[in-house]
Each structure stands twice: as structure tokens, then as C-alpha cells.
Ligand binder design. Sequence first.
Ligand SMILES: Cc1cc2nc3c(=O)[nH]c(=O)nc-3n(C[C@H](O)[C@H](O)[C@H](O)COP(=O)(O)OP(=O)(O)OC[C@H]3O[C@@H](n4cnc5c(N)ncnc54)[C@H](O)[C@@H]3O)c2cc1C
Length: 427
Amino acid sequence: MDTDTVVVGAGVVGLAIARALAAAGREVVVLERHAGIGCETSSRNSGVIHAGLYYTPGSLKAESCVRGKALLYEYCRERGIAHRRCGKLVVATTPGEIGALERYAATAAANGAGRVDWLDPPQVARLEPELRCVGALHSTTTGIVDVHELMLALQGDLESAGGQVVLRTGFARAERTGSGFRVALDDAEATQLDCREFVNSAGLDAIDVARRIEVDADVDFPAVHHARGHYYALRGRAPFARLVYPVAESAGLGTHVTLDLAGRVRFGPDVEWSPRRDYEFGRDRRAEFAAAIARYYPRIDPERLVPDFVGIRAKLQAPGLPPADFRIDGPAAHGVAGLVHLFGIESPGLTAALALAERVVRELGAAGRGPALHFRAPSPGADSSHGTDRAKSTGAPCGAAARPSADSTEQEASRCRSPTPSRWDAT
Ligand SMILES: Cc1cc2nc3c(=O)[nH]c(=O)nc-3n(C[C@H](O)[C@H](O)[C@H](O)COP(=O)(O)OP(=O)(O)OC[C@H]3O[C@@H](n4cnc5c(N)ncnc54)[C@H](O)[C@@H]3O)c2cc1C
């Protein structure tokens, strides 16, 4: 056996899973086709630590969001990862939207989503003078995190526990062996790797990866639908100190206000159902964005909106249908020992990552198998050198170390965006 566990995908979820399995005593190899970690959805999102206001009580989304939020705040504190519990206002802009806020308040209570206060317009104006609404819910446990630092810390823990991330290495296919899986890599040498367990955390490509694993079982894979989301940065002074969300749409949370840790404001994401996989921003959408934003921020000046980036949601929800839950298909679902697929890990997947990792550990019966490793917290100020060392050895998160080159993988990586605030030019 070459290794205990292969994880496909070095996004925030794959890294969290690999770290948790390594802590449970597994020898873990993460395969990532790009030149850096987190090059896809994990570096193209709002960076929000969600409280759990929206998700059906008892669903995997609800449970993993609330549990993941608690684990994430604790992990950020322990590891000195930049984050801020800035809070969020969900606003009703017409009396007809108050009912939606009432439903969120009830869902938040059922989910144990932390403190949520009702605010009337004068109370809102004291917190956010630029905001217009007829009422709001204030979620005090919602926050933001530097996803880039988070992924580096997860990778660091994995490596401290003896695991590794292998970059520029795609998964090609796998077949069952007597004791696990034989994994073929997508490299010139057609390298093969034998493992006992296989975790498919390939994000937008999870179905494709699942189909390339030969198993003697009837497997039923869900259809995944892609919904693009565009973000505009706001040039100039930030009008808000908190996250601001309108009432959610059927496939997204509405064109909301996100903040980065430098306090810069970004609006988005919208929802565009499309099978496209590129991250080109495309046509000018400022008029639609300005109209959506003006409902709660009437002084929006469309000239201050600058195209920023695009993210793609992997949804099990089809257009026009109600939201679907996350899906973790382990041995109990498909009957194949040692195999776990994660499907439809859209928002709040970043918030939920550490909780989803706990679930996968349970699916594989890995809890308690090995020594519970205690990950060493870095000394204050050690984070940056830690990241630099890793950039030399195994590659930094996407965007930080990527440079254009003739190699197509590198070229793809060079188009990735970095969530590091200093690299986001919102002006
Ligand atoms: C627009 C948008 C906004 C969002 N906002 C939030 C938010 O504010 N808060 C929140 O909690 N969540 C948010 N999310 C959700 C969150 O970003 C995702 O749930 C999370 O990033 C998913 O991580 P992942 O590791 O599953 O997938 P990814 O980050 O996509 O990682 C999958 C990895 O698998 C690799 N891979 C795929 N196929 C192969 C292969 N054959 N071989 C090798 N590697 C392969 C890919 O290269 C990729 O790096 C948002 C999502 C979107 C799209």
C-alpha cells in the first residue's frame, strides 16, 4: 500500500478533510491538478462565516454550518488566522419582505445559529447610516475570514502530521483492488498509487471524478448544475462596516455587501445558470447590480463599481427548483468500503469545511484509529514565513505564487485570484 488515503482536491474542504484524517492517524496524499491550493471555488467566494439563518433545520447544510462556524472561529483564534466577527444585517426593503425576515429568525432559532436581533429603521441607521430599509435582522455571529490564510494553516497541519499535497497532479481514474483502490494519475509517467481509502472532494468536478472510479456497485450520481456569480468591487470609501444582505433569492443570497479584512466593499454575487467553466467576467452588468443595490443603498453610484471576479457554484439544485442539501455519499450510501464522495458543496461550504471533515472521518470509521495529533500553533508572526516556505516546497494558495508560463496548468493557475486583501484592487 503506497498510502492510507487519497483525497482529490486541495480546496478548503479537501484540505480540511485531509487534515482531519491525518490527525486520526492516516497517511494522506492530496492530489491537486493546479499549481497552487484553493485555485477554484475556495478562492472565489464571499469569505463569509455564515451563522446558519437560511438552511432547513436538520439538513446537512444547517448542521455543518453551525458546527463549522464554531470550529472555524476556534481554529482561527488558535492559529492566528485573520478573521473578524463583523456581524451582518439582513434587510427588508418593503413591508412585504418582513415575513422573510421572520422566517430567517425562526430558522436561526431552530438551527442554534447564535444571537439574532430585530432592528427598526432608526436602530439600523445608528449602525449603518447609509442603509435604507423597513426593518432588519442583525446576526452578531456572522463574520469574515481570510480564506487564503485558512487554507495555508490546514495544509500546514496536514504536513505536520505527515501528509502531503501533490500539486500539478490530476486524478485520472481509479479501480478497486482487494484492499482498496489503485489510483492512476494524470501525468506523463502514468503513475499509479495504491490506497485503502479514496475521498472525492473535487468541487465542480466531483461527479466527473466519481464516474472515473470503477466499482462493482450500482451507483447513482446526482446531476450538478453550475451557477456563476459575479462580483463588483466598490471604488473609494466603504459605506458599510457590516455585511448587508437583502432577502435571499431562490438560488442565491441576493446581491449583498461583502467586506474583506481591509474593510473594502464588494457587491455580489448574482446568479447566472450556465455550464461555462471559465472565469471571464464578460459583459457589463453595472446597471443590474446598481438596481439591486439601490434597494438598500440608494446612494450607490454605478460609476464606482469595478468588475472584480467570478465564482461558480456547484449546485444539486436545478434552475427553478428549491435549494438542495449537501450530499456526502459514504460506504452506507453506495456500499463501497473506503470511498466517500462530496457533491454539491456550494455555500456555506467554506463555513462548514471543518464540520464536513468530521463527517468524512466518521464515514470512514477513522475516528480514534491513530494517535490524536496535537497540531502545533505557530508562534506570533510566524504565519508569513510558514507560507513562504510552503510556497517554495509545495506551492502557495492560488494567486499568491502563480506566474504565467508556457505550461497550461500554470497559465490556468495564473488566472486564479488571491483572497489576500493586498492583492485585491478595489480602487
Ligand atoms: C460565488 C460563491 C460565493 C460563496 N460564498 C461563500 C461564503 O461566503 N461562505 C461560505 O461558507 N461559502 C461560500 N461559498 C461556498 C464555498 O466557496 C465552497 O463551498 C468551497 O470553497 C468548496 O470548497 P471545495 O474544496 O469543495 O471545492 P474547490 O475549492 O472547488 O476545490 C476542489 C479542488 O479539486 C480540484 N480537482 C478537481 N478535479 C480534479 C482532478 N481530476 N484531479 C486533481 N484535482 C482536481 C480542483 O482543481 C479544485 O482545486 C461560495 C461559493 C461561491 C461559488
